[in-house]
Design a protein around this ligand. Sequence first.
Ligand code: NAD
Length: 244
Amino acid sequence: MSKTAIVTGSARGIGKAIAVKLAGMGYDIAVIDACPIEMTEETAKEIEGLGVKAKAYRCDVSSSASVKETVEAVHADFGSIDALVNNAGITRDGFLVRMKEEDFDAVIGVNLKGTYNFFREVVPVMSKQKYGRIVSISSIVGLQGNACQVNYSASKAGVIGITKSVAREYAVKNITCNAIAPGFVQTKMTDELPDKVKEQMLAAIPLKRYGQVEDIANAVGFLVSDDASYITGQVLSVDGGMHM
Ligand code: NAD
């Protein structure tokens, strides 16, 4: 029987690469994003071209009502939820004292509460199945902090906290739960950074290249595979050696 994976924030960027990777492994894919549904549908169509079932859902991960409705729809449409990849994320950078409260709340709302919302709706389904693979995309910034990113670093450190707690709580249900901490990956999110910052980043990467979306997708592919069935509660850095 085919397996189903939910990938949040998968209309573009790292999430789309993860969806493509998992489709290549035979997973049917629920493509979930908050952007206009046409974009998400286009990605779902591309994924269907790989020979699996794919469906687009418009969902704001920060809204518990939206997540509940979406997870119920995915479960009804696909019949099972075997893998969950919490990838949707945003940045609203700024100096600590100048950061607006709404920018702090927005980043926590999407990156941390959004991840929690999906855990809360999907884990009961996986518990009943007695099988589940969960991977959440944290960040190097959640491990070591970063100037001008108190909101983002707090949200990504929080994702690691949820990951370890759920790993302990649901190991008994055969659910593994891990996080990936990417370094600097070339996507729309990082394209927006000033050239000077990008150069500084490159200088700090021992492997001397920026990460590509496939680097992250490959690590997710491993963590949801049977080869990783004895790995849970871990944070895997995929960062060219930036954080050791
Ligand atoms: P991106 O901005 O290219 O893609 C993020 C996707 O999430 C978009 O499709 C966007 O529409 C979606 N999204 C945003 N808010 C949403 C919401 N409320 N509900 C549902 N979907 C929403 O970013 P990316 O670089 O591909 O980042 C993907 C993940 O990887 C994020 O969690 C990010 O924090 C993390 N990350 C990225 C880097 C990097 O260098 N690019 C490094 C570390 C971690």
